[in-house]
Design a protein around this ligand. Structure first.
Ligand SMILES: Cc1cc2nc3c(=O)[nH]c(=O)nc-3n(C[C@H](O)[C@H](O)[C@H](O)COP(=O)(O)O)c2cc1C
Length: 646
């Protein structure tokens, strides 16, 4: 066994667990609008339990549907009417050999009237969250007493539904975290001020839960050990909190961090290193003897193993990693870790979709959240010959899914390596995790029998010569170069040229035209190489096409860089090295005279091959950027969908 610590059986309270791999709570919005467990949710969790994880801590279940909801389709546990659904949920997870706890939560000031049916969110004090900008009102003492009972009744229902435990959510800036923290708790009664007073609400809840559920049922707490806001909780104070919690009888502590105002530390985008916050778990472990769970960008089994082996934690939580690949644990246990489809921390499908009021999805796993509707393991009724053109994310997905369905698959890629845009997008600062997705296909395509033709530009003739029954065209896009009459190509290139390395710029005055994600990233890339960069964007804001949390980090990096940003500025013309622009605030045109101009204006679809093949093959699909330039998320889903339809 390569990962002896990871696959050693463990125990939390009286609950025995088959290994140390925990799925932490992750909201899916797969519940019903009324808070019920749905068939979609059951299928989603069942799939994750099948993958060999030891413990699933089911997502935040609401203890107060009216005042505490943070999502529109969040599951609830504030009434007995939810028991049948919750019972089914515990049952499907148990049926696959995993243990399960239910996280119980109240959103506090991090709710909005759109999720609380218009009610004003509540908090310890009227301190608005800067991320959401909604003013909460302070809870009365009477309401606090009612909430103690609501949390406790929720825990009792979890027990009655068959869960092995509950996790009281006192992290991520939600209500109980708000009471613990001097940043959000400004009360001057017995629930605010001193350390003891800030802890009172949580301790009252835990005591009442224990009264109702007895000794055998696990009760844990999730904490934001560091809030990463000025004046907020730090590890030192959280150690004191952890000591007090253990003394009150909690069975484990899950050591998370961050609140919405520091949201990039809760659900980290790509620029955070793997395992970066294991030290927070260690800090808690040093002061308690109950088990501690570590979390945060733990992606590779060897990293998880090291965290356990070095004594940072007793369990490791693999969050987005299990959305991306539910079989993470089984693959690691069987020594097939190279087959793991790793989460790349893009946040587009999971939290990105939730923020947009959608349901959990995943950019690298087209089945995530759709388990009920797609059987990813189903074989096609008839084996066909399938040609896939283009080895980017969409094409690679299409080829893999088609092969897994039993088809004979030929994949053509004009470059000498797989990956398409991913390969050079990964060269932008902190984007190297994108290569994990390429490595996954490099492992899986040959293993599933796909014939990969690299350095091979597909033509209608080469495709038709194979006599395919189905062709999936994933030929990507081509960067847009604006049609300025006297553009001199010796002074201009595209963002792709720069990232690909076909144009090398150092110590130059460069204007980047286009401040979407790619423009911002290429500006940073150039600034890191000593160029003096001006970034020109027509809109009033940069990177509006970025996922919300990723955008926060990108703008932070730009703010800290030497890049000169000009928003609300339209590039009107380029003549040689002369860039003519117009600012929204000024009716007169002005000029820049850089040494080089880089265009980051998006791409246009490459659909010529699709048009040429139309009417000549039985089944023809156009997917990804070749259909319409968008994100990896869309290309992957369309690739999977096309392959499923063959
Ligand atoms: C879509 C999504 C929803 C989440 N919802 C919750 C939640 O309901 N409760 C919670 O404590 N943490 C929640 N988290 C945080 C995760 O439990 C985890 O701490 C975080 O994703 C970092 O771990 P990872 O890098 O392994 O994903 C959520 C994360 C994601 C991506």
């Amino acid at each position: 066994m390569q990962y002896p610590h990871l696959f050693a059986p463990g125990k939390i309270g009286k609950c025995s667990i088959r290994n140390r791999v925990v799925m932490p709570p992750m909201a899916t919005n797969l519940g019903s609008a009324f808070g019920e467990v749905t068939p979609e949710l059951l299928a989603y969790y069942r799939r994750r339990a099948q993958g060999g994880v030891g413990l699933i801590i089911v997502e935040n279940a609401q203890v107060d549907m009216f005042q505490g909801r943070s999502l529109t389709a969040q599951i609830a546990v504030d009434s007995d009417k939810f028991l049948p659904g919750l019972r089914a949920l515990a049952e499907v997870i148990h049926a696959e050999g995993a243990k399960t706890f239910l996280q119980i939560q109240h959103g506090g000031r991090q709710c909005t009237p759109s999720t609380t049916d218009g009610l004003q969110p509540v908090a310890p004090s009227p301190v608005p969250c800067k991320f959401l900008g909604v003013m909460p009102r302070a809870l009365t003492k009477e309401e606090i007493r009612e909430l103690v009972e609501k949390f406790a009744q929720a825990a009792l229902r979890a027990k009655l539904a068959g869960f092995d435990g509950v996790e009281v959510h006192a992290a991520h800036g939600y209500l109980l975290n708000e009471f613990l923290s001097p940043y959000t708790n400004k009360r001057d009664d017995e629930y605010g001020g001193s350390f003891e007073n800030r802890l009172r609400f949580l301790l009252e809840i835990l005591a009442r839960i224990k009264e109702l559920v007895g000794e055998d049922f696990v009760v844990g707490v999730r904490l934001s050990v560091e809030e990463f806001v000025p004046g907020g909780l730090t590890l030192a104070e959280s150690q004191e909190i952890a000591r007090a919690l253990e003394a009150s009888g909690v069975d484990y502590i899950s050591a998370s961090c961050g609140i919405y105002e520091s949201v990039s530390t809760i659900i980290e985008p790509m620029n955070f290193a793997e395992g970066w916050r294991a030290h927070l778990a260690r800090g808690i472990k040093e002061v308690v003897s109950c088990p501690v769970i570590a979390v945060g960008v733990i992606r590779h089994p060897e990293v998880a193993e090291r965290i356990l082996a070095e004594g940072h934690a007793d369990f490791v939580a693999i969050g987005r990693g299990l959305i991306a690949d539910p079989d993470w644990a089984k693959k690691a246990a069987w020594g097939r870790e190279r087959e793991i489809n790793h989460c790349i921390s893009c946040n587009v499908g999971c939290i990105g979709e939730l923020f947009a009021n959608g349901k959990v999805r995943c950019a690298v796993n087209p089945w995530a959240g759709r388990e009920l509707f797609f059987d990813e393991r189903a074989r096609a009724p008839e084996r066909k010959r399938v040609v896939v053109v283009g080895g980017g994310p969409g094409g690679m997905t299409a080829a893999l899914v088609a092969a897994q369905r039993g088809h004979e698959v030929h994949l053509f890629e004009k470059e000498k390596a797989l990956g398409g845009q991913l390969r050079f997008a990964a060269r932008a600062p902190h984007k190297e995790k994108l290569l994990w997705f390429v490595e996954y296909f490099e492992e899986m395509l040959p293993k599933t029998g796909v014939s990969v033709h690299l350095g091979s530009e597909a033509t209608p003739e080469t495709v038709l010569a194979l006599k395919p029954q189905a062709v999936i065209v994933a030929s990507g896009g081509t960067p847009v170069i604006p049609e300025f009459s006297s553009l001199d190509p010796s002074f201009a290139c595209t963002a792709w040229d720069v990232l690909r390395g076909s144009v090398v710029l150092e110590e130059k005055d460069v204007v980047v035209v286009g401040g979407g994600v790619v423009g911002c990233e290429v500006a940073l890339f150039l600034a890191e190489r000593g160029n003096r960069v001006t970034l020109v964007e027509m809109l009033s804001h940069l990177a509006v096409d970025a996922e919300v949390i990723t955008r926060i980090e990108l703008l932070k990096a730009l703010g800290a860089s030497s890049v000169h940003v000009m928003t609300s500025t339209r590039c009107m013309d380029v003549e040689g090295r002369r860039v003519v622009y117009l600012c929204d605030a000024d009716p007169r045109t002005s000029e820049l005279h850089p040494e080089y101009i880089v265009f980051a204006l998006g791409t246009q679809p490459n659909r010529a091959l699709f048009d040429e093949l139309s009417g000549k093959v039985q089944e023809l699909f156009l997917i990804g950027d070749a259909r319409e330039p968008r994100k990896i998320f869309h290309a992957v889903y369309e690739g999977a969908l096309a392959a499923t339809q063959v």
